[in-house]
Design a protein around this ligand. Structure first.
Ligand code: PLP
Length: 392
C-alpha cells in the first residue's frame, strides 16, 4: 500500500502484532514439539483436540490439515454421496460447496437473510426434495445462523445438519456455542480466522463416537492398525506445531472475541451517528453505508466487519481509503453458484437477490483484536470524508 510518510496505517489484519504479544508462550509450545520431533499429530494435537471439544461442549474433536478437509470428511462420514442433495448458502467461501461436490453430491444453493446474511431458513425449507440428505449452514462473518429454525427443519425432514463454523469460533446462539448444534461441525484454523494456526489446520467436532472414529481413521489413510487400510483414505492429519500453537491461542480466544465486539460497537457508534439519526443515511441521493446487525449480541464474534456501500462504487471507496493507508477486503465478490466451476448447475442472475446485492456492495473494514482506538477513528473519519466528497 502506498502511503505518505507519517500517515497512520490500518492493515486489514495484523497477525504479527498478535503473535508478538504472546511470543514467549508460542515459542515454548513450538519448541516442545520440535525438540521431540513430534511433527504429525502427537500429544500437542491431542491436548488441543480435548481442549477445543471441552470449549464447545462437544465429546470429540478431530484435528485435521484444513477447514476444507473438515467439511469434506464430515460430509463423507455422514454418508453423503452421488444422487444426494445438500442445501447450503449462496454466500460463503468456496470450500463449503467444494466439500459437497467432493462427495459427488449436488449443492442446492439458497439465498440469505437480508439483515444477517446467514442462510434464510424459510428458503431452506422450500428447497427440500426427496433427494435432500443434509443442510450445511455457514455462520458467516462470525454470526450464528438461526439454529432453532434449522434444527427444527432438519428434525422434521430427517436431514443431517452439519455446521460450517470456520468463521465463528466462540460465537453463541441462545447461550450455546456454535459448533455444538449439528451432527458434526467444521472449523478452519487458517491463520486469518478468529482462532488461527501457524499454517493450514482445521477440525471436526461431534458427539457421535462412531463418526469421530471414522474421521480419525480417514485422516490417516484409513488405517485400522498399521499398514491395513479399510477404505479409501486421505492424508489430512493436523501437524504437531499447529496443535501446539492452537492450544496456546485457544486460551486467548474469548478475550480476542470480546475485543472484536468492542471494536464493532465503536465502528457502529462512529459510523451511525446518534441513535435513530444516521449521519450517513441510505437514500438514493446520498452515499450511504448499511452497517452490520448482530441478531443477539453474544451471537457475533465479528470475524469480519462487513458494510454495504450505496451510491458510490465500492471499488472507488476502497481506493480512497487505501490512499489514506486503510486496507479493506471484499467477502465475497461473487455468489458461489455463479462461479464458473458451478456453471453446469444452471443458476441465473436474480436467483439470489439478497446475496447478489450483498456481494455487489459489500466492503470489509479492518477487524482484528489488536486494532487501536486511533486506527478505528481513522477508518471511520475517512469513510465519512470519502462518502461526503462525492456529494459536494
Ligand atoms: C476459511 C473457510 C473454510 C475453509 O477453511 P480452510 O482451512 O481454508 O480450508 C470453509 N468455510 C468457510 C466459511 C471459511 O471461511
Amino acid at each position: 500500500m502506498k502511503t505518505s510518510p507519517g500517515q497512520l496505517v490500518v492493515p486489514f489484519l495484523d497477525l504479527q502484532e498478535q503473535n508478538r504479544r504472546i511470543r514467549a508462550q508460542l515459542q515454548e509450545a513450538i519448541e516442545s514439539v520440535t525438540s521431540r520431533a513430534q511433527f504429525i499429530l502427537g500429544p500437542a494435537v491431542e491436548r488441543f483436540e480435548k481442549a477445543f471439544a471441552r470449549y464447545l461442549g462437544r465429546r470429540f474433536c478431530i484435528g485435521l490439515n484444513s477447514g476444507t478437509s473438515a467439511l469434506h470428511l464430515a460430509l463423507r462420514t455422514c454418508d453423503i454421496g452421488p444422487g444426494d442433495e445438500v442445501i447450503t448458502t449462496a454466500l460463503s467461501w468456496i470450500s463449503t460447496s467444494w466439500a459437497i461436490s467432493y462427495c459427488g453430491a449436488t449443492p442446492v444453493f439458497v439465498d440469505v437473510d437480508p439483515t444477517t446474511y446467514t442462510i434464510d431458513s424459510e428458503l431452506v425449507r422450500r428447497a427440500i426434495t426427496p433427494r435432500t440428505k443434509a443442510i450445511l449452514p455457514v455462520h458467516i462473518y462470525g454470526q450464528a445462523c438461526e439454529m432453532d429454525a434449522l434444527c427444527r427443519i432438519a428434525e422434521e425432514h430427517g436431514l443431517m445438519l452439519i455446521e460450517d463454523a470456520a468463521q465463528a469460533h466462540g460465537a453463541m446462539y441462545n447461550g450455546r456455542r456454535v459448533g455444538s448444534f449439528g451432527s458434526a461441525a467444521c472449523f478452519s484454523f487458517y491463520p486469518g480466522k478468529n482462532l488461527g494456526a501457524f499454517g493450514e489446520a482445521g477440525a471436526v467436532v461431534t458427539d457421535d463416537e462412531e463418526l469421530a472414529a471414522r474421521i480419525r481413521r480417514l485422516r490417516d489413510h484409513a488405517q485400522d492398525g498399521r499398514h491395513h487400510h479399510v477404505e479409501l483414505g486421505y492424508n489430512m492429519r493436523m501437524e504437531g506445531i499447529q496443535g501446539a500453537v492452537l492450544e496456546v491461542k485457544l486460551l486467548h480466544l474469548d478475550r480476542w472475541n470480546a475485543l472484536r465486539a468492542a471494536h464493532a460497537a465503536r465502528y457502529q457508534e462512529l459510523l451511525a451517528g446518534p441513535p435513530n439519526r444516521p449521519v450517513i443515511p441510505m437514500t438514493h441521493r446520498w452515499e450511504g453505508l448499511q452497517l452490520p446487525v448482530a441478531r443477539q449480541p453474544e451471537a457475533h464474534v465479528w470475524h469480519l466487519f462487513v458494510v454495504l456501500v450505496a451510491g458510490i462504487e465500492r471499488e472507488r471507496l476502497a481506493a480512497r481509503l487505501a490512499e489514506q493507508g486503510i486496507a479493506t477486503g471484499i467477502h465475497y465478490p461473487t455468489p458461489i453458484p455463479f462461479q464458473p466451476a458451478y456453471a453446469h448447475l444452471g443458476y441465473r442472475s436474480g436467483d439470489f437477490p439478497v446475496a447478489e446485492n450483498v456481494m455487489r456492495r459489500c466492503l470489509s473494514l479492518p477487524m482484528f483484536p489488536e486494532l487501536s482506538a486511533e486506527q478505528i477513528e481513522h477508518v471511520a473519519s475517512n469513510l465519512h470524508i470519502a462518502l461526503r466528497r462525492k456529494v459536494a
